[in-house]
Write a protein that binds this ligand. Sequence first.
Ligand code: KG4
Ligand code: ZN
Length: 341
Amino acid sequence: MKPGLILGIESSCDETAVAVVDVPGRKALSNAIASQHETHAKYGGVVPELASREHVRNILPVLQRALDEAEVQASDLAGLAVTYGPGLAGSLCIGLSAAKALALGWGLPWIGVNHLEGHLHAAFLEHANLDYPFLGLVVSGGHSSLYAVKGLGDYQCLASTRDDAAGEAFDKVAKLLGLGFPGGPALDKLAAQAPASSGPELPMALMKDGSQDFSYSGLKTATRLKIEREEPKDELAKAVLAQSFQEAAVRPLVKRVLEAAEKTGYTQVVLGGGVAANSYLRAELSRQAAGRQLSVFLGSLPLCVDNAAMIAYVGGLRLARGESSRFDLGVQPSLALQGKL
Ligand code: KG4
Ligand code: ZN
């Protein structure tokens, strides 16, 4: 057995993922993933029932791949970590059941991990100089929240979406522009073809009541109405629209991060979730952070999207401080991340 070598399992949405992580070395030895995008593409969104069935099919082959790629055996592992929420109930059940069975069969300690806590820690696996405290922006198909991360298990949610998540809005607008599912990456590429921006004409994805929160439903509707009105046909017209939407979606995120940095005095910011791959968000945040003494830790794509390495890392830290889960732990689809945990 190698101390600190943890196997992670993630199945909260439509990715079946298993990873082996050397936690003290802050290194993912493998980060295997089976994506279900093809299964859900024809429905234009994730179908929970189909997601569960795909997890059942994929979980053991992906586990085998993660062990093979890391060149480790079960007997090398020091523990297991698994996402138990938030996410789709049926999807979470598959990963959690698999983890319990493996922990029992292999005689290993194990722990349930909050998916959002995982996203906030993925950057530790790529940036040796990252340390607490930092600001963490998690933007994905299911979440859009900004946290002050004071330490492991100490989180303050500073802003979050009141309605749709940023990724959901990207996917919806991409669908309206005929870009397929999930359309975020295609919309990003299309927007880059538009000429230099003349500023967003669409409403910013912010609450109008003066709160710090984000709101994507108004922007989604305004974009849909604009598309219906203008009926963009050629690539250029679509690109200009994609760019306007992208700016209105991303600028509020950057604005809240900069305000939070000023307020807390924190000097580091971490991006997580699939939308963290957005090239405009990455460029705009980096540009605005330069000259403000704010270091931006941008993860690589495999560690930004849903993955099991981030779950293994958080689980390993928690196991090392003496925590573990009991076999009667259930899935928690609406699990929050706030306060001291
Ligand atoms: O974190 P993730 O893989 O899964 C969860 O939703 O938890 O995030 C997927 C989301 C999708 O909505 C996808 O369209 C969006 O991230 N996304 C992007 C980009 N790449 C992925 N959105 C905007 N720009 C991108 N480059
Ligand atoms: Zn996620």
